[in-house]
Write a protein of this length. Structure first.
Lengths: 192, 192
DNA sequence: GCAATCCGTTCACTTTAGTTAAGAAATACT
DNA sequence: AGTATTTCTTAACTAAAGTGAACGGATTGC
């Protein structure tokens, strides 16, 4: 399981054995059962997550309704906005599946960053990459219709459509579950 | 004009005179006339922008139509995705107004980062903040209707509604110009 | 194993956005 | 200033998403 992490990191920098051991000694690998809530609305937190296995989702509760806005799967990282802003969280994070996560907290990160300056460099590069990716995704969302968004998802992340309940996918696409059902029926009809 | 930059940076770290001079010696302040195109689709680029005065916008040309996806105004920064991915740009960047911009390129940044490690730390913090902010904005977009998005914009960035042409605002809100006109008329009617 | 709940789909109906077109208003051009 | 172009608004019509309700099918919890 550690290898998954180090293989991923090796795309960015090559770590020495010392550095790898320093990371491992932090004891940051954790397992969570499906359904576990990692963060609740209103809570403060310093924890960031990196998914080694499984899937976590972020959702808001607006007028009593869950609005799912993101899924994070294998090799994806999430630092909740509340960790950055130091305010209570606006949303929930829960485990969609049984997960193995890497959990870090911001104090720990600050310490590692000062001990291993190259780690700071890695973090900067990673977050710049994530920001660029997030902006592209946002742009694609703005410039396309719900149907195009669904077709796009089918292309880019077919796994999500399999592993995620429809009603959560719907709000992820910015629509209601009924609309997603209808939209899918429409697509099937066009094909035939 | 430099003071604008240093005042902004002072919120994150306090720079020494040496560091300030190092930044100034890079000669990164530039003026651009309204309408100037900073980046075209298909071009490669290493340039990042920080707006000191004015407004720049990013837009795609899809089926011959301009789709505006973002505006950057005073004290906002933009590193185009193509700078990160090192691929040709998918979009255009143009000056919506006469601008004074801080223009850096990634080679220059790498050099400054290695000379002044604290600068790397600053960059990491800034891009982590921007990522958190971008995700919140994306979430808000997904979970609200065009009308709510417009009302939200009216609250959060009233200046944009003044300085940006309607048809560009429309695609920024993910709708057609005609729909924005109609939606505004609808809101006015409700008020009365 | 049965009841209760949740989930996905369908339907009828309402509301809103997309489309096409036209005209008025603002802007840019020479 | 006068013309041309672009931008904004309005309108009529079409297409798609929201809403409320109903139905089976799956899942969960005693």
């Amino acid at each position: 399981m550690q290898d998954l992490l180090f293989d991923f990191l090796s795309k960015y920098i090559s770590l020495t054995e010392d550095e790898k051991n320093a990371i491992l000694s932090l004891d940051i690998f954790h397992s969570y059962k499906k359904g576990t809530i990692l963060l609740k609305e209103g809570q403060k937190s310093k924890e960031s997550y990196f998914v080694l296995k499984g899937c976590i989702r972020t959702y808001y509760v607006i007028d009593g309704e869950e609005k799912t806005t993101a899924f994070y799967t294998e090799m994806e990282a999430l630092t909740p906005p509340c960790v950055i802003s130091k305010n209570p969280s606006e949303y929930y994070i829960s485990c969609l599946e049984d997960n193995i996560l890497l959990v870090s907290n911001s104090d720990m990160e600050a310490e590692v960053n000062s001990k291993f300056p190259r780690f700071e460099n890695l973090c900067r590069i990673l977050s710049e990459e994530l920001l660029a990716k997030e902006r592209i995704d946002f742009d694609a969302f703005k410039t396309s219709s719900p149907e195009q968004r669904y077709l796009n998802l089918l292309q880019k992340r077919p796994d999500l459509i399999q592993r995620v309940p429809q009603h959560q996918l719907a709000s992820y696409l910015g629509i209601k579950p009924q609309s997603l059902s209808r939209l899918r029926a429409r697509i099937l009809e066009k094909k035939s």
